[in-house]
Design a protein around this ligand. Structure first.
Ligand code: NAD
Length: 439
């Protein structure tokens, strides 16, 4: 099939690459000329395991190409995916400017009967607005599909190639049959394609992210209470996660959720409810708990060093909002670093892949934030280590080396990576999330 994917960010690149991999002819179109020029040279703007090889392989096989000529890409396609950003507006609702701009271009540019697929995460009712925008200009029949994306950054290619399920909101037989054909190679093991009406598909994406964010905030709340009552959240997590009705995933407490999806999607859903004169009380609490949680690492560090961090040198391990990505959007590390710098500390940070991105983000605080070439380099002469992201390389470090490099043996562990007995044996002052502290 001839396909174009408009928007070549995390989602657009994965969708385009994977659809080309199964033999389709795919054009990735974006208004960002610099990004497109790099992609044409197989230089990716993001770090995502396996994506570079996928893009390179399909570009050299002639199945995938990139262009800034969005109208031309649309004109030559039977299926157009919209995968542009939907950032939060001032009130938290999803900003649909980019989606509707693409819809307008589709209406003006299509040259045949076309299936238009919304991949961007958009509130209920957006497909109707997209249809209206296209319909104002289109001279051909078109079919709208809502196909929310559930990929996880860090495992995005794998998730797209082997999805747990594919959700498709479609209202014509033509749209359903085109989409079933397109997704057939990805669901050969019998994973379901769940067809539904369009508003339900739009809502499914928000409900999924809202549920996952709820589990995280719930566990952070429980972890904070564990600290007060002397319980260990690790045991509690295993104790509840082995209940089949609950399951073990997304029960890890930490420094608060971040990333491009949970914070913005929770906000957008809360706002959708308000727009309907309704109220999602649980989700409002989920968001408030998460905001508080992002300040916990700073509070724990301040307490561990006697209340004042000014003049301290603090090593930070992990900047990306989660491992295996360089995505820093809404990352808890940024909150921590801002607080440390604001309180007069200096920060030496390390991250296996996100330092380049972080240098741009933290532009302006350069003199107080430096970046180390290795995790151990970050420790030299530091007064404390704070672990923010659970990259594999931080999971089993050389504790003797850490202790020798630090000026004071203080570790604040935002991911509960280290065994309490080991920290005690090694003589660290160690604070984690929801577990007894070692002083
Ligand atoms: N990142 C994720 O993990 C993830 C997962 C599922 C769903 N989503 C959703 O998918 C959508 C895209 O997310 P992303 O992380 O890929 O965003 P992104 O910011 O990485 O990429 C968006 C791209 O769209 C391009 N763009 C903007 N306006 C355009 C226009 N008018 N024409 C052509 N290109 C345009 C931008 O230049 C950018 O390259 C969002 O709605 C997001 O919520 C993201």
């Amino acid at each position: 099939m001839n396909i174009s994917v408009v928007g070549t960010g995390y989602v657009g690149l994965v969708v385009g690459g994977c659809l080309a991999e199964t033999g389709n002819q795919v054009i990735g179109a974006d208004v960002d000329a610099k990004k497109i020029e790099s992609l044409q040279r197989n230089v990716l703007p993001i770090y995502e395991p396996g994506l570079d090889r996928l893009i390179e392989r399909n570009q050299s096989a002639g199945r995938l190409s990139f262009t800034t000529d969005v109208p031309e890409a649309i004109a030559s396609s039977e299926v157009v995916f919209i995968a542009v950003g939907t950032p939060p507006d001032e009130d938290g609702s999803a900003d649909l400017r980019h989606v509707l701009a693409v819809a307008e271009t589709i209406g003006r540019s299509m040259k045949r009967e076309t299936v238009i697929v919304t991949k961007s995460t958009v509130p209920v009712g957006t497909a109707a607005k997209v249809a209206e925008c296209i319909g104002r200009h289109a001279g051909f029949a078109f079919h709208i599909v809502s196909n929310p994306e559930f990929l996880k950054e860090g495992a995005a290619v794998e998730d797209f190639m082997k999805p747990d399920r594919v959700v498709l909101g479609a209202e014509t037989d033509h749209a359903r049959s085109v989409m079933a054909e397109l997704y057939a190679p990805f669901v050969r093991t019998g994973k379901p394609i769940v067809f539904m009406d369009i508003p339900s598909a739009e809502m499914t994406k928000y409900a999924a992210n809202a549920m996952l964010a709820t589990r995280i905030s719930f566990m952070n709340d429980i972890a904070n209470l564990c600290e007060r009552v002397g319980a260990n959240v690790d045991h509690v997590r295993k104790g509840i996660g082995s209940d089949e009705r609950i399951g073990p995933a997304f029960l890890f407490p930490g420094p608060g959720y971040g990333g491009s999806c949970f914070p913005k999607d929770v906000k957008a859903l809360v706002q959708t409810a308000r727009d309907q004169a309704s109220c999602l009380r649980i989700l409002e609490a989920v968001e408030a708990v998460n905001e508080d949680q992002k300040h916990r690492l700073f509070a724990k560090l301040s307490e561990a060093v006697g209340g004042d961090v000014s003049g301290l040198r603090v090593a930070v391990w992990g900047l990306a909002f989660k491992p295996n990505t360089d995505d820093l959007r809404e990352a808890p590390s940024l909150t921590l670093i801002e607080e440390l710098v604001g309180a007069g500390a200096v920060v030496v940070a390390h991250d296996p892949v996100a330092m380049h991105e972080a240098k741009q983000r933290l532009n302006g605080s350069e003199s107080r934030v430096t970046f180390a070439a290795s995790s151990y380099d970050a420790l030299a002469g530091a007064d404390a280590l704070v672990v923010v992201t659970d990259w594999n390389e931080y999971r089993h470090p050389d504790f003797a080396r850490i202790k020798a490099a630090l000026k004071r043996p203080v570790i604040i562990d935002g991911r509960n990576l280290y065994a309490l007995h080991r920290m005690a044996e090694m003589g660290f002052t160690y604070h984690s999330i929801g577990r007894p502290s070692i002083a």
